[in-house]
Design a protein around this ligand. Structure first.
Ligand SMILES: [Zn+2]
Length: 346
C-alpha cells in the first residue's frame, strides 16, 4: 500500500459512521427488549386478575349455595308454621287470624312461644338471605370490574405485541440496511485507497516513458525474455518475464526511466525468487523491475530520474550467479525489455 496519508482521516469518518450505525442498532435492540419485558409484566397482571376472578367466582358460588339453602329452610319453616296453623284451624273451626288462633288455643302460652320462635327463625333467615343477596351483588360488581380490567390488560398486551412485531421488523430492516451500509463503507474505503494510489502515481509530474530506456546495468545478456523457458534452478518450464544481465556482484544498477519507486525489499510467495528487488512506476502504466540485488540504494516512494543509482547487482533469491533480472511491464503484463533498450551490439 502506497501513499496513504489521506486515508486515515477518511477512514476515521467511515469508522465513526459505522459506530453510529451500531449505536442505532443497539437502540433498536433495546426497544425490542423493553417491549418483551412490558408484555411479560402485562401477562403477569392478567394472570393475577384471572386468579382473582376465579376466587371471586368461587365465593359467588358459595353464596349462591348458601342462598338456596336459606330459601329452602325458609320454605320449610313456612310450611311447618302453616301446618301448625292449619292444625289449630281444624281443631277449632275458626277463621285463621293470629288473634283467634291465640285466643282458642288451650296451651296458649306454649303455642304462642312455638309460633314466635318459628317466625323469629324465619325473620333471621330472611335477613341472612338479604345479606347474602347483597354479598352476591358485591361479588358480582367485583367480578365485572375484574373482567373489565382483564379486557383492558389483554387489549394492552395485543397492542404491545403489535408494537414488538413492529420493532422486530424495524430491527430486521435496520440490520439489512446496516449490512448494506457496512459493505458500502468498505467499498468506499477500498475505492479511496485506489484513488489515492492512482492519484499519487499519476500526479507525479516527472514520470516518463521514453524509448530507448537507459541501460540498467553494464553486462552481458545471459538469458533473454522467454515465456516458455526451462528454469535453470527449478528445472521446469516457467515463463522468464524479463531478461538477465550477467555482471559481477556490486555492479551498479540504474533506473531505466524517470518515475517513482513503489516497492523496495523482499516478498514471499511467487515473489520469493526475485530476492531483493525494486519496482519503479513510470508514465502510461509502465513499470520496471530490478531483481536479485545484493544491495538496494533507494527508498520506497522516492522519485527517481533516469540513470539514478538504485542498487547493486547480487544473487539473492532463485539465482545461479550474480546477475540483474530486469523486467518491463505495462499494466502488470510483462514485455520483452530488449527492444526498449538501446543495443550496442547491433
Ligand atoms: Zn531472470
Amino acid at each position: 500500500m502506497f501513499f496513504l496519508e489521506k486515508i486515515p482521516q477518511d477512514l476515521q469518518e467511515i469508522w465513526s459512521e459505522i459506530d453510529s450505525v451500531n449505536i442505532n442498532l443497539d437502540l433498536h435492540k433495546d426497544k425490542v427488549e423493553q417491549n418483551k419485558i412490558s408484555i411479560r409484566e402485562a401477562e403477569e397482571e392478567a394472570n393475577s386478575i384471572e386468579s382473582n376472578i376465579e376466587a371471586l367466582t368461587n365465593k359467588k358460588n358459595q353464596f349462591f349455595v348458601l342462598k338456596i339453602q336459606l330459601e329452602e329452610e325458609i320454605k320449610q319453616h313456612y310450611s311447618r308454621l302453616s301446618s301448625v296453623l292449619n292444625a289449630s284451624l281444624k281443631d277449632k273451626q275458626i277463621i285463621p287470624s293470629w288473634f283467634m288462633v291465640f285466643g282458642y288455643e288451650k296451651n296458649l302460652d306454649a303455642y304462642q312461644e312455638k309460633v314466635k320462635n318459628m317466625t323469629g327463625a324465619i325473620f333471621s333467615m330472611e335477613s341472612s338471605l338479604s345479606k347474602v343477596s347483597v354479598d352476591i351483588g358485591m361479588v358480582e360488581d367485583f367480578l365485572s370490574d375484574s373482567e373489565f380490567k382483564k379486557d383492558g390488560v389483554y387489549k394492552s398486551i395485543s397492542k404491545k405485541e403489535s408494537e414488538l412485531s413492529a420493532s422486530l421488523d424495524a430491527l430486521e430492516q435496520f440490520n439489512s440496511t446496516y449490512k448494506q451500509e457496512i459493505t458500502n463503507l468498505w467499498h468506499k474505503r477500498n475505492q479511496l485507497e485506489l484513488e489515492v494510489d492512482a492519484e499519487t502515481i499519476l500526479t507525479y509530474r516527472g514520470a516518463r516513458w521514453e524509448l530507448p530506456l537507459y541501460k540498467p546495468c553494464e553486462g552481458r545478456l545471459s538469458s533473454p525474455f522467454d515465456p516458455k523457458r526451462l528454469h535453470p534452478v527449478l528445472g521446469y518450464v516457467r515463463p522468464h518475464n524479463g531478461q538477465d544481465i550477467a555482471a559481477p556482484k556490486g555492479t551498479p544498477v540504474y533506473a531505466a526511466e524517470t518515475g517513482r519507486v513503489i516497492f523496495v525489499g523482499e516478498r514471499g510467495g511467487n515473489w520469493a525468487g526475485l530476492g531483493k528487488f525494486v519496482i519503479i512506476q513510470h508514465a502510461e502504466g509502465w513499470t520496471t523491475r530490478y531483481a536479485h540485488l545484493s544491495k538496494i540504494l533507494i527508498d520506497n516512494e522516492k522519485a527517481v530520474k533516469r540513470g539514478d543509482l538504485i542498487g547493486l547487482v547480487g544473487s539473492t533469491g532463485l539465482s545461479t550467479g550474480p546477475h540483474l533480472h530486469f523486467e518491463t511491464r505495462k499494466n502488470d503484463i510483462p514485455y520483452d525489455p530488449q527492444p526498449y533498450l538501446k543495443s550496442d551490439e547491433k
